[in-house]
Design a protein around this ligand. Sequence first.
Ligand code: C5P
Length: 233
Amino acid sequence: MAITPRDRLIVALDVSSVEAAQGFVARLGDSVSFYKIGYQLAFAGGLAYAQTLTGAGKQVFVDLKLHDIGNTVEQGVKSVARLGATFLTVHAYPQTMKAAVEARSNNLRILAVTVLTSYDDNDLEAAGYGVTVPQLVARRAEQARDIGVDGVVSSAEEVTKVRGIVGAKLALVTPGIRPAGAEAGDQKRIATPATAIAAGADYLVVGRPVIAAPDPKAAAEAIVGEITAALQK
Ligand code: C5P
């Protein structure tokens, strides 16, 4: 089934309390159907709140980038599945991805993070790797495909290349989105919603351009409008 333009926008609830998150969700109303909960909110009551959101018919992306021994990953994935979440991230290590894929249930889909976008070739070398970032991204995308994860988190820049590796079936989820004219903040590699969709992204993760906007609802509606227009091209 085709994903609606609204369901392609995932708003990052990067706030420090459930009260703050509730405030945004109430203000955004029907303009947003999909929320991402990361470290900041998850470790401040956000996982219980994830269940409230899914109970209210919203989709939730739990962005905890799991990486541990297989058994621990499996048990963690089962608990996240019970929250009713739609997406969960894991680091793209073969053991970790295999454990997550085996343990997923209840419509939970596993997303692999290939190489953190804050890493460059020097960081990989310092961490003991003898490959460049593009080489490692390609290798891990191939492994993600072969292991059967459901999607990959990818910067807009990498979308075309990753799509070429993983094929049409996997979901590509792209952060670093800035509507035309918005502040980049600390994001270095940014793309507009239209550019990311045209490159082949399925879902866009947007934080500050919505939650720090003077009118978050209008900002979300404008992004959904941009997604709709890009899909018609
Ligand atoms: O506020 P902004 O739109 O930059 O938020 C982007 C969200 O996407 C944040 O929650 C951030 O953790 C996440 N993210 C990212 N870049 C990645 C992976 C995740 O910005 N490579």
